[in-house]
Design a protein around this ligand. Sequence first.
Ligand SMILES: NC(=O)c1ccc[n+]([C@@H]2O[C@H](COP(=O)([O-])OP(=O)(O)OC[C@H]3O[C@@H](n4cnc5c(N)ncnc54)[C@H](O)[C@@H]3O)[C@@H](O)[C@H]2O)c1
Length: 319
Amino acid sequence: MSRIFVTGGSGRLGRSVVAGLAQAGHEVVSVDRDAVPAELLPAGVVQETADLLAPGEALRLIGAAKPDAVIHLAAIAVPFSAPEDVIFGTNTRLAFAVISAATEVGVRRIVTASSPTVLGYGCPEGWLPPSFPLDERTPAKPWNAYALSKHIAEQTVQMFATAQGEKIRYAAFRPCFVISPEEWEGAPTQQGHTLAERLADPALSAPALFNYVDARDVADFLDLLLQKMDDIPNGETFFVGAADALATAPLAELMPKFLPGSEALSSGLTGTSPAFSIAKARELLGWQPKRTWRTELKPTLNDEASTLVTAGGGAKETS
Ligand SMILES: NC(=O)c1ccc[n+]([C@@H]2O[C@H](COP(=O)([O-])OP(=O)(O)OC[C@H]3O[C@@H](n4cnc5c(N)ncnc54)[C@H](O)[C@@H]3O)[C@@H](O)[C@H]2O)c1
């Protein structure tokens, strides 16, 4: 059992990470600007409400908690949901404040959330990768402040890993479009549509290249990552996604419709193959996602997804 300090623990992903780590037997300290109502807080979790950008707060809270590990999730999590300079400033300052405070306190394992958007898909000027599936070697080409802030969060991890050598272990992870447990039951996803709507209209999932991950699988990933960080190279970044695509047709068929010029590149994405590879997390950590929309989506919603045809469908940027 470890003591784990989670920032952004009240958020869409954070609530499942806090619950999953507590269930796995860890002591969890959850810090967020917003509190989770006491009756919804998993037993044993300590909750602190704080603005981690306030001077000295990150150092004070991490110093008081003396955790074995810090998982940093707090951020503005949706591209273009605030002015570009606010997203850039908030996310880069939060990452630096939390990672540097944890380093100063001497926390042994420090992990930060990045995003698949660092790759640059959705760029209005066009975007094509060198190949599919996308993996951690695919070049990062952020085109907006959110993606750039996450790219810088990854580089912040690498800077500290370089400076600290092997004394402290650092990692970053790129969760795909996060689905929290209530969203399988029909609650709106981060972009406002239900999962059934996202599945019925490929235009809704296309901006994220049909990626997704169950928030509980991310919690399992983080638990395993913390256990294995001493045995893997320092400063690594991982994609964390489902083993299949959030689509009812193969991406080899869908991708060219939404990503002009990708026909040959995506021809290998047959069957249920996702666009994002999770081979690195499998190989280095032995992590395997347990959930897919095929098993988690309520049967009635699953039926709805196969029959529903929604009109239009806004192609919004996702995180
Ligand atoms: N949800 C996704 O699909 C997705 C995909 C890729 C990456 N991510 C990343 O994962 C992380 C979690 O995302 P999420 O969907 O849970 O986001 P969220 O917006 O639901 O949660 C973020 C939390 O951070 C908190 N926060 C923001 N600024 C803070 C501050 N100054 N001090 C204290 N707390 C602060 C917010 O109150 C919120 O509860 C983020 O870093 C996000 O960029 C999310």
